[in-house]
Design a protein. Structure first.
Length: 552
């Protein structure tokens, strides 16, 4: 009887355990589908968001993370209508296109009441903290000025992009160069390079003459239509090639604000750009997307058109202990003083999102503007986070993230230990204290032996990790934020721009040598096939001959 009772008890216990596991397996979870650039978020922060989501809503969440490599790939997927993604991170001109096609949901992030009105009863508003005040206001001003009146398909009233997107990362377009190679060429000079400006990419000293014979064949151009177009327009303007020319509305190009000039694609300007890019080929080492840094460090090339995040990463990786008295960065990044491009990526919600995921969507977007999360992402990605630098500098958690990531001796922020858990001495850290790191990271400066604060960038004296801050500091000298323009979508002229770019890239390429090599390859292939068939034929003849001899 006892055995029977014991067996029954064990059976009941087993059923209870199975039921418990079954309940766990069927526990309801929320979901979120993120569509983002590859390597464009610190992976640990996705895990941290799951914990945060559990804290705020009391529910678990599954995250599906899908990546794209270009805005065009992303646009194709979304416009096909077969995508079920909840939140996407395009560039500003792609967001413009999505708004024009009426494919996005307005979020009104900068109106907390509107943004949070859709929260379900699951969201604990006592824990939730709205982070829109952390965003750099200069971004909003730039986007409002450039995309404040977007015409939406099928709607009478224009809308503003600010109501549809939340800033994430941003950066500038500029010149990455090997400063020690420039020293050898005798052009690493503030006056020389600030006179050449964008002409550096065209080996022009600013007066229509060669900047240096040594640059010929050592220049890289970005294999990107929009970026190359912008750099060329800037060069046309500052070199005087647009003097006296008017656009289709009768306005002189030289009198257009940079934000308008950078988006002008009328036939006359397009022809000018095409001609300059075609002529530039004689100065180029080649075109690149991701490998410019390697060519600059190996000496294959000396200068490259670059995005700020990639450029600053390359600069940090170029530290050489054998340069200068105490070591130095071999590469440098320069945004010409005359004009430039500033760009933004931001989060948007397509109309095809799952409405049941709206809590997760909005909590995730807002979470990314928390200072410690922004610090982790800018550390991982290399580009500038939209969160204000002062917000990051004043947050202990954010400071701790950067102190650990950059190996700063700051025991008040993190445990300075190595991989084995052993304490790291101050002289083994890359920065002796937070103050030294803050000068470097936020101001691109250091304190010299005389106690003076000196910029690492001898040419422009600017820190392009934070262009709004840099522009404000240098506004009385040479830089105003209005000199940085934002590019819009080319619209109906996009095909013409692509055609001009393809012509410029292929111009001068003689098809006859290619045809000759092709014909030679075909001839060789035919000869090989003929030889194989001949060998097989001889072999069969030999076999038959031996067979006949054997029968005889």
């Amino acid at each position: 009887m006892k055995k029977f009772v014991s067996a029954v008890a064990i059976l009941l216990l087993a059923c209870l355990v199975l039921a418990t596991f079954a309940a766990c397996d069927t526990e309801e979870k929320d979901s979120l589908v993120i569509y983002n650039w590859a390597d464009y978020i610190f992976d640990d922060k996705l895990t941290d968001f799951k914990n945060y989501y559990k804290e705020v809503t009391g529910k678990n969440i599954d995250i599906t993370y899908v990546t794209f490599d270009t805005n065009e790939t992303m646009l194709t997927r979304l416009t096909k209508g077969d995508s079920n993604v909840d939140v996407v991170c395009p560039s500003e001109y792609a967001i413009q296109k999505l708004i024009e096609m009426d494919m996005l949901v307005p979020m009104h992030y900068f109106d907390e009441e509107q943004y949070t009105a859709s929260f379900s009863v699951n969201v604990n508003k006592d824990i939730y903290e709205h982070n829109s005040d952390n965003v750099e206001p200069g971004i909003i001003d730039k986007v409002s000025a450039t995309f404040g009146n977007i015409n939406v398909e099928g709607k009478a009233e224009p809308v503003s992009m600010v109501d549809f997107f939340v800033p994430y990362m941003y950066g500038t377009l500029g010149v990455l160069y090997n400063k020690y190679a420039f020293m050898d060429l005798g052009i690493y000079d503030e006056e020389i390079l600030n006179r050449a400006n964008w002409g550096i990419l065209f080996n022009d000293n600013g007066a229509g003459e060669l900047l240096s014979e040594g640059l010929t064949g050592s220049i890289l151009m970005k294999d990107s239509i929009r970026d190359s177009y912008a750099a060329t327009v800037f060069y046309l303007l500052e070199s005087g090639r647009l003097d006296g020319l008017k656009n289709k509305d009768g306005v002189y190009y030289t009198e257009m604000p940079v934000g308008e000039l950078i988006n002008a694609v009328d036939d006359q300007l397009l022809d000018c750009v095409k001609q300059v890019l075609t002529n530039q080929k004689s100065q180029l080492f080649g075109y690149e997307v991701d490998f410019g840094k390697d060519d600059l460090l190996t000496g294959n090339a000396y200068v490259d058109l670059a995005w700020s995040g990639d450029a600053m990463y390359a600069v940090e990786e170029s530290w050489n202990d054998e340069l200068g008295e105490d070591g130095d960065y071999e590469l440098a990044y320069y945004v010409p003083h005359s004009t430039g491009n500033i760009w933004f990526d931001g989060w948007v919600v397509p109309k095809t999102h799952n409405p049941e995921h709206l809590d997760a969507i909005k909590l995730f977007i807002n979470y990314l503007n928390r200072p410690d999360v922004a610090a982790a992402n800018l550390l991982e990605i290399g580009y500038s986070a939209s969160v204000k630098s002062d917000v990051i500098k004043q947050d202990d958690d954010a400071r701790a993230v950067l102190a650990e990531g950059y190996n700063v001796y700051a025991p008040e922020l993190w445990d300075a230990v190595d991989e084995d858990g052993n304490p790291i001495a101050q002289d083994e850290c890359d920065f002796a204290d937070w103050e030294e790191f803050e000068l470097y990271f936020f101001h691109n400066s250091y304190e010299n032996e005389e106690g003076d604060i000196v910029s690492y960038d001898e040419i422009s004296g600017s820190n392009w990790r934070y262009p709004f801050e840099s522009a404000a500091l240098n506004a009385d000298n040479y830089r105003n934020i209005d000199s940085l323009g934002v590019m819009r979508d080319f619209g109906d002229k996009n095909h013409d721009v692509v055609t001009a770019w393809n012509y410029s890239r292929s111009a001068g390429v003689n098809a006859l040598p290619l045809l000759g090599w092709t014909m030679l390859a075909v001839a060789v292939a035919v000869a090989v096939v003929f030889l194989i068939l001949r060998i097989k034929r001889v072999a069969r003849h030999t076999v038959r001959t031996h067979s006949t001899d054997a029968e005889g």
